[in-house]
Design a protein around this ligand. Structure first.
Ligand code: ADE
Length: 230
């Protein structure tokens, strides 16, 4: 069982995705527990503000370090036997290391992890320096907050939990689990208004089908993502 704590300013963004699809499945089979914490609950002031103007001036607001420190204490309150060093704290930001299948696998090996979602102009640098174990970006673009990034990570981790995917073996064949992208798939009808399925797939010759798929996967990877092959 993995326990994931998500700390964010807009918890409502997570509600529906956590109740659907693969994340719901992971939760239903007790492979994953997700605790969503509204950062406003950890504000030290009575207006529940979580941000303040940046020192030195400039536009926008910055999420406060004391709010994040308070928030993280909640995890240890809920799991008193958990030691700080055993909790990976992931800060979501476009400045982080790029998230990939390898990172999803690493995360899925933890019993607990915390995801901190930023918003506004940024987050006090002391969060990065003293509270985050590492920083992850889900791609080279700027989202208006980390909630969607947290969901991407939870989805990728959920499908790695044994028993969550119907056909667990299918993990072995999909894109990014090996060096190649996925081969093309077809299903009925075999002829849709003249658009035909490759004949080899209807041949019943499993050895030829395997070879055809391997060749296709290699060609597609070479064409679209040659960087994966080096
Ligand atoms: N927050 C804003 N942009 C982000 C990104 N690209 N990845 C992760 N968190 C983010």
């Amino acid at each position: 069982m993995i326990e994931a704590h998500v700390f964010c300013p807009l918890p409502q963004v997570l509600s529906s995705p956590l109740e659907s699809g693969v994340i719901k499945k992971a939760r239903d089979c007790n492979g994953l527990r997700v605790f969503v914490h509204d950062l406003h609950e950890f504000s030290p002031d009575r207006h529940r503000n979580i941000d303040d103007a940046p020192f030195g001036g400039g536009p926008g607001m910055v999420i406060r370090v004391d709010v994040i420190a308070n928030a993280l204490s909640k995890v240890f309150e809920m799991s008193p036997f958990l030691v700080r060093e055993k909790l990976p704290v992931i800060l979501l930001s476009p400045r982080g290391e790029k998230f990939d299948q390898e990172k999803a696998k690493e995360l899925s090996r933890n019993k607990h992890f915390a995801l901190i979602c930023g918003r506004y102009e940024g987050i006090d640098e002391r969060v990065r320096e003293h509270f985050a174990s590492f920083e992850i970006s889900i791609g080279d673009y700027v989202l208006s907050g980390g909630e969607l990034a947290a969901l991407v990570i939870l989805d990728a981790v959920s499908r790695l939990i044994p028993g969550v995917l119907g056909n667990y073996e299918s993990l072995g064949e999909e894109s990014f689990s090996g060096p190649c992208l996925e081969y093309p798939q077809f299903t009925r009808p075999s002829d849709f208004k003249g658009l035909k399925v490759p004949r080899v797939l209807l041949s019943g010759d499993h050895k030829r089908i395997r070879e055809w798929r391997k060749t296709c996967a290699r060609e597609i990877t070479q064409k679209r993502r040659p960087d994966l092959l080096v």
